[in-house]
Design a protein around this ligand. Structure first.
Ligand code: GUN
Length: 297
């Protein structure tokens, strides 16, 4: 059997279209334009690429983009002052501080100084707690994108066995909470899990988010399972150069799985699409307006 490929690039385009349609309606009917502020401290090249891409896509869906680029030696006090200013700015509905921050800045302190209602990353401790207790929150973008793809592919997730490999605060833990919210039976596996192959083989849904190139071989995957590969790992090619691979060995897994996300072109494009969806959601909530359907958890 050859797995169906879940096309994240195409799915992300449909999410952006939905967001753009809703943004246009907001503008026309209420005169409101959602605004996303992105704060970048320092000159990390990968972060610069992400921030540029976020700004471009924000404008493409009709939202306002506010970029704040600060020097690498910016003091914590100055960064916190900027966040306070953005918290108090009614034109800003979403705030994202690009991570990682330079070493002298306390990431937890900075993230927790963002107004939880504007925390479009869903990293604020209040949002983590709300999600963990099944209440309305801002949801981290990558797990939200995975959930959207799973719902789109499988319909109801109720009663399915889901294994999340990886226990990070950014993907693994919120992913597990979202799957629990959709009534899956959830296992969080990690580097210390015993008999990982057997645990994964029993799953109807496998979400791999460990950051280790091709660590999940096809013979760990149960026949017909749906595989969501969050990993983006750069490896050397035998003849020179590099290529991107996921945490799952795509060639062997796609021969067994029912459906699988490729790398690149799977989960990756969904992250920024969900950031835009979260900004729209935050804007609707801030204005007491109905939230867009299908763009939240
Ligand atoms: N750096 C890499 N990914 C992310 C993300 O999703 N959010 C933020 N704030 N920083 C990141």
């Amino acid at each position: 059997m050859s797995a169906e490929i879940i096309d994240g690039k195409a799915f992300a385009a449909t999410v952006r279209e939905k967001v753009a349609t809703h943004v246009a309606r907001l503008k026309e009917e209420a005169g409101i334009v959602p605004g996303l502020a992105v704060v970048l401290v320092g000159e990390d090249p990968a972060s610069q690429v992400y921030v540029r891409s976020k700004g471009k896509q924000t404008v493409e869906v009709g939202m306002n983009s506010y970029e704040h680029k600060l020097a690498a030696d910016t003091s914590e006090a100055d960064l916190l002052a900027l966040i306070t200013q953005l918290n108090n700015d009614p034109a800003v509905h979403g705030i994202l501080v690009q991570l990682p921050l330079p070493g002298h800045l306390n990431e937890d302190l900075v993230i927790n100084s963002i107004d939880p209602a504007k925390d479009v990353d869903g990293f604020h401790i209040s949002n983590v707690g709300l999600l963990g207790t099944g209440q309305k929150s801002m949801v981290p973008c990558t797990p939200l994108g995975c959930l959207m793809m799973l719902r789109d592919h499988l319909g109801s997730l109720s009663g399915l066995n889901a294994v999340v490999i990886g226990r990070s605060n950014i993907v693994g833990k919120p992913m597990a909470n979202l799957l629990l919210g959709d009534s899956c039976t959830v296992t969080i596996a990690h580097s210390r899990t015993r008999d990982l192959a057997d645990v994964v083989r029993r799953a109807d849904i496998v979400v791999a988010a460990v950051g280790r190139a091709e660590m999940v071989p096809g013979d760990w995957i149960g026949p017909g399972a749906t595989v969501i590969d969050v990993g983006i790992n750069r490896i050397d090619k035998p003849g020179g150069g590099t290529r991107l691979v996921g945490d799952v060995d795509f060639a062997s897994a796609s021969a067994v799985a029912g459906a699988i996300t490729p790398v690149p072109g799977g989960v990756g494009p969904m992250t920024i699409a969900c950031l835009l969806a979260n900004t729209l959601t935050a804007c609707c909530r801030a204005n007491g307006l109905e939230e867009p359907e299908g763009l939240t958890a």
